[in-house]
Design a protein around this ligand. Structure first.
Ligand code: ANZ
Ligand code: ZN
Length: 823
């Protein structure tokens, strides 16, 4: 008897697949396509259990679809630019490219060891010149269309690292890397005009029926569409006016003061002489606070009076103008009409600075008194103190006041988005150079197409000193202006790595195309991605940027899809001892060690069996062991029956005995269940559990050796192997070949079920109460005792006999009788 040796089996079949190009994406026009994609990894060094899980989930679906006969596209690549490579270079006195490509080589080997069914011919790394040069082309097209532009904006700046920090890189107001206090700094930054697509990005979330609702909600909130009004408040001086954005024009009569952002262009000119010093100090202070804090709800409200007033256009009341720390310049108009009675922030502010309160919405049947209010009243109610609008429901007054403002020329209805343009400039070396030249005479000049690509120079030095190493490479920065021919300086900002991950899934359709970024014909054939799989941490940014890019590329004529990902699966984390696996927690399980000890198939099986994909997976050593034992059990079963089932022909359903029929029913029911669990729900755990039950049933089948049953046994065992193939592919291939076949991946590899065979056989069970026949049930012959008893006791005809009585005894004679004794 052959022993199961995972390493031997896995090496053999990985070799076979490579030799036969088994996972090459077929483009057979007679078949349907299926594009399966997992979010590509950052080449950080080695894969972790989260990767194993993510890619195992994807691989099941890819292999399943392949066995069903689809043309499957299942590519893999590397999100290879980014900061860690640069940090590692500084630490190891090496080069980011060397570090990155070494990591890729190592991790590629690890993925191959897991037996993942990738079309490696399509592999790409975003730091390959062959990839990023096309991105430069796309950038310039966006620049020409006004979708890429340069603007001065406030950024988080670490003075020690001399670099811009993303919001996520600011921890408690300090740099995540060196812990220096972060400053706010005005910098010229390149941005993508994603706001042009805000409405479409929002509308299309309603078409994404294959996405988790939670992710869609996060995207909608991030886009943050608000409808309201812009309203003009004249200055008391009459010289100018302040425009506010409000979603609550129904509260206009209750606006008692004005709050401006510290950066508001009118802030300084409004400051009266007596207030100027205080105002300037306040502006300074606010500008140093980071944006996240300023937007936070629990921010301590602070402000300063400018000394100037404006006029409420409907009440003509004088409103003092303040600067307030919670008003942001980059939302709405940077000015807020403050209604302390109905907005909590304004309430806190008014209490602190002793500003007037006026109630304009009353809860039904109650009278709010400003003198005793302890918080703002933000719910709906009836309009009061609002002139002709008194007595209306405030929801109706919203409409009525908006119409009134438009008619009077005081304001107009507007829509506002929370979404900001996407700042893509990074002052870093290891990224895609933004292909422009800065000329003193001509300003920003695009690198001419003929001069593309702008190649990232390899001779940069990584000293760990602050600033962008790219800016210190003279041969790179020195250039002549393409427009005027004078000496100029090449742009040294590189693009955010989110840019590369915004279109890699499109490039996979034609990864070697040399005439442009995308081969439209191929893109049309493969896109959209039928199933995308990745972590919930990408719910907002990556997915939103990828959707934006797809629309931009569509509008440029590169592709014909509106949305890149038809279905999205966000897998849960891998946790151990109740916490996410991480170095700091010391609870990391190394996939290498696992594979060495048990083999890749066990690693895959465990990570698929222990939890449904969206749930967190709780690591358990016993669970791994159990998966390994199960594989050994199947192995032995197959080898046990091999000698007898060799010559078996087709099953003849009508000639089977009762027990054989029962086994066959179990086989076909399992095929049905596994197909549905995999296809519709990705409930791999219950699918595997069903196969385990089937294995038990086969083992328990007494007639294994009887000649009249060999066909049934063969069908049963072969079904087990085929159903397991997407999960434990090497293992299944080996057994499949032992069973005398070629490869289980073939188009016909996935078994269908016989509809006749899954129909339950039924038996009639009579129900007696105190010995008298009262009703009948039809149940499966192998129905569980508890179920039959419960069904009998809740039977409509039986219930009246039980009413008000004590059930003393219930006896079940399997397949025949339920006898109930009452008193
Ligand atoms: C008056 C008012 C009365 C408001 C009231 C709310 C409640 P959303 O829904 O998020 O769009 N606002 C406007 N611009 C702002 C800025 N730059 N910084 C901080 N806050 C700003 O929020 C819109 C509301 O946020 C606006 O409606 C405005 O306050 C405030 F009982 O106007 B409201
Ligand atoms: Zn010039």
């Amino acid at each position: 008897e052959e022993k199961y040796v995972p390493s031997a089996v896995e090496e053999k079949w990985q070799g076979y697949w490579a030799e036969h190009d088994s996972f090459k994406a077929n483009e057979d026009p007679s078949r349907k396509k299926y594009y399966l994609l997992e979010m590509f990894p950052y080449p950080s060094g080695k894969i972790h259990m989260g990767h194993v899980r993510n890619y195992s989930i994807g691989d099941v679906i890819a292999r399943f679809k392949r066995m069903q006969g689809y043309n499957v596209l299942h590519p893999m690549g590397w999100d290879a630019f980014g900061m860690p490579a640069e940090n590692a270079a500084i630490q190891n006195k090496s080069h980011p490219a060397k570090w990155t490509y070494e990591n890729i080589a190592y991790m590629r080997g690890q993925l191959k060891q897991l037996g993942l069914s990738y079309d490696w011919d399509r592999e790409l790394a975003t730091c390959d010149l062959d990839y990023y040069k096309w991105e430069q082309r796309i950038f310039l097209e966006m620049y020409k269309k006004g979708l890429a532009y340069k603007k001065s904006s406030a950024v988080n700046w670490c003075p020690k690292c001399e670099t811009v920090l993303a919001n996520e890189q600011v921890e408690d107001g300090c740099c995540w890397r060196c812990d220096s206090p972060v400053q706010q700094k005005e910098l010229e930054q390149w941005s993508f005009r994603i706001t042009n697509y805000a409405q479409e990005l929002l509308d299309d979330t309603y078409k994404l029926t294959g996405w988790p609702e939670r992710v869609l909600t996060m995207q909608r909130n991030w886009i943050g569409r608000s409808t309201g009004c812009e309203i003009d408040f004249p200055l008391e001086s009459g010289l100018s006016k302040i425009k506010v954005f409000t979603t609550r024009q129904d509260t206009l009569f209750g606006a008692t003061f004005m709050s401006l952002a510290a950066e508001h262009p009118m802030a300084l000119e409004l400051a009266a002489d007596a207030q100027r010093a205080e105002v300037e100090a306040f502006i300074d202070k606010v500008k140093k606070t980071d944006r996240i804090k300023r937007g936070a709800e629990d921010l301590e409200k602070e402000g300063v009076f400018t000394g100037s007033y404006c006029i409420n256009p409907v009440t003509n009341v004088k409103m003092p103008i303040y600067l307030a720390n919670f008003v942001l310049m980059d939302y709405g108009t940077g000015a807020v009409m403050a209604v302390p009675t109905h907005d909590q922030r304004d309430f806190e502010f008014a209490k602190k600075y002793d500003l007037p309160l006026k109630v304009v919405i009353q809860p039904e049947g109650e009278a709010l008194d400003p003198a005793t209010m302890t918080e703002a009243y933000t719910a709906d109610g009836v309009m009061v103190n609002s002139g002709r609008f008194d007595g209306m429901a405030n929801a109706d007054a919203k409409e009525a006041i908006a119409d009134f403002l438009e008619k009077e020329g005081i304001g107009k209805k507007t829509v506002n988005f929370r979404l900001r343009d996407w700042g893509i400039s990074r002052q870093r070396y290891w990224g895609n150079p933004i292909p422009v030249i800065n000329c003193d005479l001509c300003g920003v000049v695009a690198v001419p197409e003929a001069d593309l690509p702008v190649v990232l120079p390899m001779d940069a030095e990584f000293t760990g000193e602050g600033g962008n190493p790219l800016a210190r490479v003279e041969s790179f920065t020195t250039c002549t202006c393409p427009q005027c021919g004078e000496a100029a300086r090449r742009e040294t900002d590189t693009m955010d790595t989110f840019v590369q991950s915004s279109w890699y899934f499109l490039r996979y359709c034609s990864p070697k195309f040399t005439a442009g970024p995308l081969d439209r014909e191929k893109v049309e054939a493969w896109m959209p991605v039928d199933q995308y799989i990745g972590g919930i941490e990408h719910a907002v940014l990556h997915l939103l940027y990828a959707r934006f890019f797809t629309k931009v590329l569509r509008d440029m004529g590169y592709c014909n899809v509106d949305e890149p990902f038809s279905n999205l699966l966000t897998q849960g984390m891998v946790i151990k001892d109740g916490a996410k696996m991480s170095k700091s927690k010391g609870n990391v399980v190394d996939p290498n060690a696992l594979i060495e000890r048990y083999g890749a198939d066990t690693a895959r099986l465990f990570s698929l069996f222990a939890a449904p994909p969206e749930k967190d997976l709780d690591w358990s050593d016993q669970g791994v062991d159990g998966s390994y034992r199960f594989l050994n059990r199947v192995w032995r079963l197959v080898y046990d029956v091999l000698p007898v089932i060799g010559e078996a022909g087709a099953v003849k359903p009508d000639s089977l005995g009762a027990e054989a029929k029962k086994l066959r029913r179990a086989v076909h029911k399992t095929i049905k269940k596994v197909s549905e669990d995999v296809e519709e729900r990705f409930h791999f755990n219950t699918a595997i559990a069903a196969v385990m039950e089937l294995v038990n049933a086969i083992q328990a089948f007494a007639g294994k050796d009887a000649p009249e049953n060999v066909a049934v046994v063969r069908e049963a065992v072969e079904s087990v192997v085929r159903l397991l193939a997407p999960f434990v592919p090497h293992f299944a291939e080996e057994l499949w070949s032992q069973l005398g076949h070629k490869t289980v991946l073939e188009a016909s590899g996935w078994p269908g079920y016989d509809a006749d065979a899954v129909v339950d056989e039924e038996v009639t069970v009579v129900i007696q109460v105190n010995g008298k026949l009262r009703s009948k049930l039809t149940v499966a012959p192998d129905a569980k005792e508890e179920e039959v008893r419960a069904a009998a006791l809740s039977d409509d005809k039986i219930k009246p006999y039980l009413e008000g009585k004590d059930v003393k005894k219930v006896v079940y004679v399997p397949g025949k009788l339920v006898s109930i004794v009452v008193a």
